[in-house]
Design a protein around this ligand. Structure first.
Ligand code: AMP
Ligand code: GLY
Length: 423
């Protein structure tokens, strides 16, 4: 099979690494890819926003299958256009990608099909939103409706904070994403991420993960795209997984199909495990980054036929086997992230991979033959272990061998699970 992978982050490096191990693979291309992905794929300079150019490249190289990593091309309808051109594609349609692209869309779906989630209202202007907040009281959650790079959510512990967040949204702090606002009840519990494939009819549960969004140790400081993650998530017991499938995923699949937007691709469900059980915080319609890195490390099965079955409506014929070990990934970021940081700082050394550990590239580039850091989140040091404690020790031992002066990482990724394992 000839495969084209779209994307350039750590998530796509992990996907490329795993796809490259498939005996079914004849050739792997990545657009635009990164220097880590270049170990497994031929990099192609394609403007992914130019769908006609992507289709022309796929036809020229006789690509059998396109795998789309990030959300932006999905929300822009790249999967629709590729499928219309007769090319099998992993990733939801533009209509189905609204599950991630519009928080209001997802909340309305939950209301229609009785999917457990926090009570909410949608608003197109500030005053009625503020009245609602005053009536409900704090804590309360304010969300810009559209894609805001993970920054559009304020968990307001006071009414004043909530009112300020509403002003921010309508004052344009998140651009068009904030033209509509969702105000949502605060859910109290432990968060977990759940990954599940669907071909529009069938579901295949993958695995669970927990991430660390805050930049600082002890989950302090500003939010980021994620400073580390581990899998599995201890809070997602077999019973919780079963309830999530039945109460959240299955009604989503049947509801989306009924509404004329059948979902094909991966559900990345952000869950709050409350006293009542699993409740949906949000859906993403692509693998998490860096959650994907720990999932790929734990996946024993060949990834390629699983993704292809998802794209071609034959998910009922495949299965996914997982290692019993835990996997943990530590993000090395540029000093200053998520604020301003220097670009093009040199990375002198990245340690070799082994069966049990691998450094994925997220924000790197080659300047001549020198590897430099170009992004905020730059490397994902990922390792397996019998327990999260062991995976954590392996990951930090490897991270300490990376030679990059301008890099930093949190030192406590996995702390909740480690504390549980000690207890
Ligand atoms: P989101 O971008 O929707 O994932 O929200 C970012 C973060 O805000 C989540 O990971 C949660 O930690 C928090 N959050 C979002 N919605 C709620 C809610 N209804 N109750 C409590 N925390 C929430
Ligand atoms: N790590 C969170 C995300 O990929 O959205």
């Amino acid at each position: 099979m000839k495969v084209l992978l779209i994307g350039s982050g750590g998530r796509e490096h992990a996907l490329a690494w795993k796809i490259a191990q498939s005996p079914l693979l004849d050739a792997l291309y990545a657009a635009p890819g990164n220097p880590g992905i270049a170990d497994h794929a031929r990099l192609v300079e394609l403007n992914v926003e130019d769908h006609a150019a992507v289709i022309a490249f796929a036809k020229e190289k006789a690509i059998d299958f396109v795998v789309i990593g990030p959300e932006a091309p999905l929300v822009a309808g790249l999967a629709d256009d590729l499928r219309a051109a007769g090319i099998a594609t992993f990733g939801p349609s533009k209509a189905a990608a609204q599950l991630e692209g519009s928080k209001g869309f997802t909340k309305d779906l939950c209301a229609r099909y009785d999917i457990p989630t926090g009570a909410y209202q949608r608003f197109k202007s500030a005053e009625p939103a503020k009245d609602y907040v005053r009536a409900q009281g704090a804590p309360i959650v304010i969300k810009a409706d559209g894609l805001a790079a993970g920054k559009g959510v304020t968990v307001a512990m006071t009414e004043a904070e909530a009112l300020a967040a509403i002003n921010d949204c309508f004052d344009g702090a998140f651009g068009a994403a904030g033209a509509e606002v969702v105000v949502e009840a605060f859910l109290d519990g432990e968060e977990a991420s759940f990954f599940c494939l669907s071909d529009g009819k069938t579901a295949l549960a993958l695995a669970t993960a927990q991430d660390h969004k805050r930049v600082g140790d002890g989950d302090t400081g500003p939010n980021t795209g994620g400073m580390g993650a581990y899998s599995p998530a201890p809070v997602m017991t077999a019973t919780m997984v079963e309830r999530t499938m039945k109460e959240i995923i299955e009604p989503t699949i049947s509801g989306m199909a009924k509404d004329g937007n059948p979902f094909s691709g991966v559900f990345f469900a952000g869950l709050m495990i409350t006293a009542k059980g699993p409740e949906l915080i949000e859906y993403n319609v692509r693998f998490g980054d860096p959650e994907c890195q720990v999932l790929m490390m734990r996946l024993k099965s060949d990834l390629l036929p699983i993704l292809y079955a998802t794209a071609t409506g034959t998910l009922d014929r495949v299965d996914a086997e997982w290692r019993d070990e835990a996997a943990l990934t530590v993000v090395l970021a540029s000093k200053g992230y998520p604020g301003a940081y220097d670009k093009n700082t040199p990375i002198a050394h990245i340690p070799e991979a082994s069966e049990e550990a691998k450094v994925f590239h997220a924000g790197t580039a080659l300047k001549g033959d020198r590897l430099v850091a170009t992004g905020g989140r730059v490397l994902n040091v990922t390792a397996l272990g019998k327990t999260v404690t062991e995976a954590q020790a392996h990951a930090y031992a490897l991270a300490d061998r990376v030679e990059w002066e301008n890099g930093f990482c949190r030192r406590d990724i996995g702390w909740q699970a480690v504390a549980r394992e000690k207890a």
